[in-house]
Write a protein that binds this ligand. Structure first.
Ligand code: SAM
Length: 235
């Protein structure tokens, strides 16, 4: 992968960036995504945010090697703190992390989200945490995609300002877990993911059965519910 040929995963993330956006890519590593988005004329300009020294230096080098220093500002910092003021970016991308970390970055940086129009989020796991966060923070989940690359399955979530309740049915817990849009499509990748998760949950339940404390009991009840849901969506 490089900034000319993105992975299928990052390509899917880019495909949801509205044309003409000022993009802030948080956790940008090599800055492949902002370089690609600017080179293709999708982003007007971009900010590449990185918290770690190594990836920050890689991002700086990449931007320099492509002569994009005027269009892409590489900044070191934690999450959205790299944005100078609310609304500096119109679209935020956060990819390649767990859903819990992505949600905590959004939560911590709430004040900087003012003026942001689009969030494109690609959790490697626990997309449900992001859906919960969006729902509680007045962001409307508008699109979702699930894809497989090199044997791994990824979800991409897009959110805009709007009615956070809009995509959800009365079966809220199920929608949050599987994704309201993905659940409607139920494509082969979706089926593969949840067939695997169901098996994994059954294994965890076996372990929990051996422990028997109150916490395990609650966890077991939740997993049993999830297994029922999975059997329903896979039917
Ligand atoms: N976004 C790229 C992608 O999807 O290919 C890189 C993903 S890499 C697995 C995650 C990157 O996020 C790492 O470079 C890490 O240093 C960075 N990161 C983790 N937490 C961060 C935070 N709170 N703020 C900024 N960057 C963060």
């Amino acid at each position: 992968m490089n900034s000319e040929h993105l992975s299928k995963r990052l390509h899917t993330v880019v495909s949801f960036i509205p044309k003409g956006s000022v993009v802030a890519d948080i956790g940008s590593d090599h800055a492949y995504l902002p370089c690609y988005a600017v080179n293709k004329g999708i982003a007007k300009s971009a900010i590449a945010g990185e918290v770690s020294d190594g990836p920050f230096t890689s991002a700086q080098k990449q931007v320099k090697s492509e002569g994009l220093e005027k269009a892409i500002s590489v900044r070191k910092g934690d999450g959205l703190e790299v944005l100078a003021y609310p609304g500096e970016a119109t679209c935020i991308t956060i990819a390649g992390m767990g859903g819990t970390l992505i949600s905590s970055i959004l939560e911590k940086g709430k004040a900087k989200l003012e003026g942001v129009e689009t969030l494109v989020l690609q959790p490697n796991i626990q997309a449900n945490n992001i859906r919960e966060w969006l729902l509680q923070n007045e962001w409307q989940l508008t699109q979702e995609e699930i894809l497989e690359e090199d044997g791994k399955i990824y979800e991409v979530l897009v959110a805009k300002r709007g009615n956070p309740e809009e995509p959800y049915s009365a079966a809220r817990e199920m929608d949050i877990l599987f994704g309201p849009f993905l659940m409607k499509q139920r494509n082969d990748v979706f089926r593969k993911k949840w067939t695997h998760e169901r098996k994994h949950w059954l294994q965890i339940i076996e372990q929990l059965n051996k422990s028997g404390n109150q916490e395990s009991l609650q966890k077991k009840e939740q997993l049993e519910r999830y297994i029922q849901y999975a059997e329903e969506v896979l039917r």
